[in-house]
Write a protein that binds this ligand. Structure first.
Ligand code: F6P
Length: 359
């Protein structure tokens, strides 16, 4: 029987199970193929841990958050960490991974993930593995695609949270800061901020000034609005300052998440104005739970398209969403690239037009 492999890599998000289900149903129904599911992203490939996905295993998972296969945002066949004699070192185990793909006689390996996953997939493709990428991330920062699945759910969760914080901000006459994820990109903060009517949205693409934030809070106060809503992207940084997340710490192969930039902003506002501030860091709540209908739909469309590409032997491409269609783009155009919010984005214009300060 012909086979196709699938793994879910990087940080999880809503819609992963919808993709696993979509791939399995399409492979079995339309192409009479077997689906090899690797556990915990590339770690399963490295450690030879996999299963054959059956209809029973994927039945009823469309609406479930997380991934039944598990994920890992640390595993990398080209830099696999091993501990020996209390010491950790990185070894390249990619040849073994390639050999496993050959042994399993898979037509292709479908890698579902963000830029880290696409970068590894592209390197594997150069070693002869047929790969297909599927774009997943709440950050929406993958190149070549208008949207990634997982984003809409995170945007919905963040918007609802900001709405709730709005009412308590009003009651207590406070400046409320809500920190959202997004890594080095401001998509999530900007879109949730506009949707929830935030007064200020701070994104990594536009360095913020405390003076401007305080100016907005004071102006609102003069006009009788005794509270302000500030949405802070976790990667936001002050003018002339550096980001506090995803900085590469010396001697560590991993970007270390330091986070909590909004605490620093809140402290500065309180010290300079005496206005009471409160901070809410939404964190992983944005990644969990049931996917929105849009994410279920996107994930299913991506899955079906991936299987079509397998059938057409259109390998080493990522399925992208462009102008309402699912289209293949060469994976090397995606690997190692990040899509930040362009400064001429209509979203930035929209925010400013309705009086939202971008710091
Ligand atoms: O890339 C997805 C993401 O949720 C980012 O928004 C966030 O910075 C990061 O992953 C958090 O990673 P972890 O789950 O390892 O803390």
């Amino acid at each position: 029987k012909r086979r196709v492999g699938i793994l879910t890599g990087g940080g999880d998000c809503a819609g992963l199970n919808a993709v696993i289900r979509g791939i399995t149903k399409s492979a079995v129904n339309n192409f009479d193929m077997e689906v090899v599911g690797f556990y915990d992203g590339f770690l399963g490939l490295i450690e030879k841990r996999f299963t054959i996905l059956t209809f029973e295993m994927v039945s009823g998972i469309l609406t479930q958050g997380g991934t039944i296969l598990g994920s890992s945002n640390k595993a990398n066949p080209f830099e696999h960490r091993v501990r020996e004699g209390g010491q950790e070192r990185c070894v390249d185990v990619s040849e073994e991974c390639v050999a496993l793909c050959e042994d399993l006689a898979m037509d292709a390996l479908i890698c579902v993930g963000g830029d880290g996953t696409m970068t590894i997939a592209e390197k594997l493709s150069r070693k002869g593995v047929n790969v297909i990428g599927l774009p997943k991330t709440i950050d929406k920062d993958l190149a070549e695609t208008d949207i990634t699945f997982g984003f809409d759910t995170a945007r919905t969760v963040a918007t609802e949270a900001i709405d709730r914080i709005h009412t308590t901000a009003q009651s207590h006459h406070r400046v409320m800061l809500i920190e959202v994820m997004g890594r080095n990109a401001g998509w999530l903060a900007l879109e949730a901020g506009i949707a929830a009517g935030a007064d200020i949205v701070l994104i990594p693409e536009i360095p913020y000034s405390i003076k401007e934030i305080i100016g907005v809070a004071r102006r609102r106060s003069r006009f009788g609005r005794q509270f302000s809503i500030v949405v802070v992207a976790e990667g936001a940084a002050p003018v002339g300052g550096t980001q506090t997340v995803h900085r590469i710490v010396k001697d560590s192969p991993d970007p270390i998440r330091l986070g909590g930039i909004s605490h620093r902003i809140a402290t500065e506002i309180e010290e300079q104005t005496g206005i009471e501030c409160r901070v809410t860091i939404l964190g992983h709540v944005q990644r969990g739970g049931t996917p929105t209908p849009l994410d279920r739909l996107l994930a299913t469309r991506f899955a079906v398209k991936a299987m079509e590409l397998v059938e057409e032997r259109c390998y080493n491409h990522m399925v992208a969403f462009q102008g309402g269609e699912t289209v293949p783009v060469p994976i090397e155009k995606v690997a190692g690239r990040q899509r930040l919010v362009p400064l001429d984005s209509p979203l930035i214009k929209t925010a400013r037009s309705v009086g939202t300060s971008l710091g």
